[in-house]
Design a protein around this ligand. Sequence first.
Ligand SMILES: NC(=O)c1ccc[n+]([C@@H]2O[C@H](COP(=O)([O-])OP(=O)(O)OC[C@H]3O[C@@H](n4cnc5c(N)ncnc54)[C@H](O)[C@@H]3O)[C@@H](O)[C@H]2O)c1
Length: 425
Amino acid sequence: MDRDVSVIGLGRVGLPLALSLADRGLTVVGVDRDADRLAAVRDGRMPFQETGGDEVMQRVHASGGLEVSDRVADAARARHIIVTIGTPSFSHIEIDMRDIRSALDDLLPVLAHGHSVVLRSTIAPGTTEFVAGYLESKLGFTVGEDLFVSHAPERIAAGKFFEEIDSLPQIVGGVGERSTAVCRELFEVYRSDVIETTPVQAELAKIWTNILRYATFSLPNLLMMDCEQYDANVFEVIDLINRDYPRGGIKMPGFTAGTCLRKDFTFSEERSHAPGMLLAVSRVNESVPLFLVEGMKRRLGSLRGKKVAVLGLAFKAGTDDERDSLAHKLVRLLERELVEVAVHDPHVPTPTQPFEDALRDAEAVVVATNHREFCGAGPLQEIVRLAAPDALVVDPWNCFGAAQVFAYAAEVAAMAPTEQPAESA
Ligand SMILES: NC(=O)c1ccc[n+]([C@@H]2O[C@H](COP(=O)([O-])OP(=O)(O)OC[C@H]3O[C@@H](n4cnc5c(N)ncnc54)[C@H](O)[C@@H]3O)[C@@H](O)[C@H]2O)c1
C-alpha cells in the first residue's frame, strides 16, 4: 500500500474531500468512472462550482498529491478507502445500492489485511453492517480484526465544503472498536472533533440531520399554501410568529429539494413505524411548484400561450447543482399548461437564455432559485422595464423584499425597499 488514502467517487462530496486530504499532505488516489470528470481533475480544473475549490485544486495540482484512476481496484493502493458514491432512492421508498454494490464487487479481488473501508455516502440504517457482512462472507476476513469497515457520514452543505470541513464534528461509527479507531486516525487530519459512535447511530444521525431540515422547511411551505386559502400574507404571519418570541423560529418558504433532501428521508421511511409522516412532509415540499402554477392561473386565467420567465434552475442559491431541483418541476408543470417558458440561471450547466431575453414581454416572472443575482432592487427594476406592463411577479423567497408571494410588478416595485433586502432563508 503505497498511498495514504483513496476516494471512490469524485463527485460533489468525493472530489472536495480528496482535494482537502491531499491539501493536508496525504497522498491520495481518486477513482471515478466518469471520463470527463477525471480529465478535468487531471487538468487541474474543478468540474463543478465549490466555493474555494479552484484555489485548493491549483495547490493540489501543483503538488501532485492527488492521482486519479478509472479503476476501482486502484483504490486498494491505500490503506484507507473512502466510498463517496451516490446513493439515490428507488421511487418506491428503498435505497438504491447498485453503485455501492458495484464498487464493492470491484474491490473484492484486491482487498487485503489491514484495509479500512469508510462509507462516506449517505446510507440507510443497517448498510454499514451489511457491507461488513458482505465483505466477510465473500473474503473470509473478520471485520474489526483484519479488515475494517466504518461509516463516517458527510454533513457539509454544497458550496460550504472548505468552510465546514475543519469545523463540523466528524462522526465515526466503526464495526468493532478497531474499525472506529482506524477510521478516527484518518479523520484526525482535520481540526474538527471526531465523535465515536456505532455504525447505525452514525447512519441515523446523518439521515435525521437532513430529515430535520426537510421537515423544518415544509412548515413554512404548508403555511404559505394555507395563507393563500385564507387570503393571508405568509410573510406577515411568519413575522407575527417569530418577532420577539423566544420559542419562534419558523423558516421562510421556498423550493425545498436537491439531491440530498429529496431522497434521504426515504432511507428512514423504508422501515418507519409511522409510515406516511415523512411522505407527507415530502408531499408538502413537492407540491410548492404546483401551488405557484395554480396561483398564477387564479390571477392570470389560462396560461396557455403566455410567456413566463423562470429565474433559476439550481436547487438552491449560489450553486450550479440543478439535480433534483424543484425549478425543473416548475418548468415541466408550466409546459403542461402550454406556457412559453423562458429560463435564466447564470450558474447551471444547462444552457439558459440571457436575463434580459428571458424577461422581455413575460406576463409572469417566477423566482425559482434565490440566487443573489435575482435579489434586490436592480433585478426588480429590470423586470419592471422588460416584462409585460402588468406582469405577475411570483416571489416565494421574498427576494425583492416586498413580502408578497404573488403581486403585479408595479405593486412589488412600490412595496419593495430600494436597498438590497436581507437574504432570505
Ligand atoms: N452533494 C452533497 O451536498 C452531499 C452532502 C452530504 C452527503 N452527500 C451524499 O454523498 C454521496 C455522494 O453524493 P454526491 O453529490 O457527491 O454524488 P455525485 O453523483 O456528485 O458523485 C458520485 C460520483 O461517483 C461516481 N461513481 C458512481 N459509481 C461509481 C463506481 N461504481 N465506480 C467509480 N465511480 C463511481 C460518479 O461518476 C460520480 O462522479 C451520496 O450518498 C449523497 O447522498 C451529498
